[in-house]
Design a binder for this molecule. Sequence first.
Ligand SMILES: [Zn+2]
Length: 321
Amino acid sequence: MSSSRPTNGETNVAPARDASKAWFIEKIRANPYDMIDWDHEFPVDRISSVCLCPRCRKAFAARAKLPRVPTPKEVFDKHEKQWVAFRCHLNVRMAKVLRDACKAANPAIPFTVYSGYQTPRTHSTYGVDWAEMREAIDWAIAGYSGNRPIVQRTMRALDGVPFTTGWMYVEKRFKAERPYPDPKAWRINLLRAVLNDEGMGFLIWYMPVLDGAGYWGIGWVAALVADFEDFFTTFRRDDALVEADPELDAGSLAVLTKGNERLIIVMNAGRAARDVTLRLKSVPPSARLVAYESGKRYDPRKPLSLKLRTGDVRVLHLKPR
Ligand SMILES: [Zn+2]
């Protein structure tokens, strides 16, 4: 890979960039990839982690509209927030180089970036601001174990670019720094993940730590999604179609719709058993209500009482007779 060094002491990166792109195209063509993912996790807020050459600082001063080019020390002492934004912007430009190489090699391969959720910490510690990175990617992935607000915030930043959230079973195989999750709590976490990211599934960290209970949770949720795939791929959600007493939040009740059909999912992530009464609204004529797994039938026009033990998930399918 060649690079030239102009007499003013700045590095000319264009030849290196073009050579990288050519190398990348060649590698993608030579391998049967289904997807290209850039695991983007490097900090941009530490002096040792980023280039502070005159060329970079000059470009930074121009973009941040500074009156003069800052010294390396001033970059972090005076302009850290703007510097992080500038470096996130450069990472988007680099992502576009990789994306273009990916598309040149095979336009059918999605180009994705994995990083953290949309937070100031992700900008500085991982160098990604999804609000701009979305321009460069077909698909975004972030972890781990984010609750609904952080997942939804990330999706808002992505503004329609598909997003998959990640869940961590345990971090390390041989040193369980926290206890293995309760299997039923793990199942609820995965189900919430696929509801929070609107049917885009979940990424799991990671295969070596998974035991039977880990696979059980993945298998249960994957089977549910497979059995009702259209609900998850089209993903229309309208929780107001079911009234619950006591009231349930979005992490405990979800109502997906597909035409006149509905998929009602009720979860008890609490530590105590709970009794819940459901009333279905605007029930289409001649609809019937069938419980997933048990096949038990209910009259959808009557209140339905459920006894939920801790960790229980109940799924009810409202469909034409
Ligand atoms: Zn530089």
